[in-house]
Design a protein around this ligand. Sequence first.
Ligand code: F0G
Length: 470
Amino acid sequence: MKMPDPYRIKMTEPIHLVSRSEREAALRDAEYNLFRLHSDVVFIDLLTDSGNGSMSAEQWGAMMTGDESYAGSQSFYRLRDAVQEIFGFPYVLPTHQGRAAEHVFFSSEVKEADVIPSNAHFDTTRANLEWLGAMPMDLPAACAGNPDSDCLFKGNMHISQLATLLKEEGDHIPFVMLTITNNRVAGQPVSMENVSRVSELCKQFQKKMIIDSCRHAENSYLIQQRDPELADLSIKEISRKIFSFADGMLMSAKKDGLCNIGGLIAMRDRDLYERVNQLLILKEGFSTYGGLAGRDLAAMAVGLNEAVQQEYLAHRIGQAEFLLKQLQDRSIPVYTPAGGHAVYVDAGIFLGRKFNFPGQSLAAAVFLEGGVRSCDLGSSMFGGSGFSLELLRLAIPRRTYTESHLTYVADVFAEIARHKDRIPDLHCIYKSPLLGHFTARFANARQAHCAEAGVTNRFPYSPGTGSSSF
Ligand code: F0G
């Protein structure tokens, strides 16, 4: 018997599907970059799973009693205890979100021309390294590039490539990173065996191993479900085991911290802690608040524990699997298996013809058709870097949408599939050099021509349902 959602809804937030002509106008005003949409025109928001989930009654309760002391906040000590218990690291520093943890840690530990290997760096991790003149290096597993293979741990690091890189570039590698789950590779998990082999290589070459842990609970659940040797362990036990291999972690708590804002740096080594702490105080705030209000620390402490609960994770991963199945039932090409936090549509295959930015063009069409906001994880976000699949990500906010919303999303795709030949090819007319996908502006062929001539937003569109032209 399929179990229902492991919560009941205590507070609601209305959502509205604005008219097609309003969506059309909003898309044009946003210059086809969905990050630039005002959220009130979005009906179902699957842009990200970051910081937009629903907090529990216990988290809201903890927020009311958060300790706002500048130094020595009780909320910090509760958070520190939770981190020590779940991850096993003695030294804990809060940050306001994941990229702040990256910036502070990298500014302390990375120098120009360093090389930082990872199973795949996500956008801000990559950009923070590039900003310091270092070279992020993605080494995804061989099966990562095959959306249909039945490999169970497509998030893994490519071990022989890592060994070669450590041999050849070892002097320039301060540490190795491992991202769990692997957001760049369709939210796929990393196996315990892979964690252990990366750790062996790190020990052999005397490098620190740092885990990007923002979706560690989802990764641990997927290990529990897919690795028969670890099936009897609890999620907490699996996470403790993963982190026992590592020297430290950077975490966006906006994911498996189940809160709206927050991040963490945690580590084993006292000298490392001292070095990072001084920069944290300079850039984020004192060591016991790190850029957060006490109430945010309190919500994080509770959220970290809720995220490792079995029922919660069964439901969470179940939602991604449900959406995947709904899309497959409608013959939409998807990356399989479902990721921990998202379902990734293969936009290249879906569109079936050559596009400049397949994921971006499809995301615009999906918004126009049904008010659903998704995100390109192909050429628009990552340009030419490494892994070449043209994916569109449907990220599922935690504890926020129900199966009825997800079914609607799949229906929107089915509708678009019927007239996908009419989806226009977008051209980029502006992109900032760093993290350009956030600020990019797009136009379709004719608009690009208009923009060159100094005329914008003059392109006529075809209103009415059943059309994906914009
Ligand atoms: N690492 C990974 C693997 C991430 O997915 C993210 C954020 C970060 C670091 C940075 O964390 O947003 O708190 O600064 N990913 C979000 C996403 C934004 O949509 O996947 P942050």
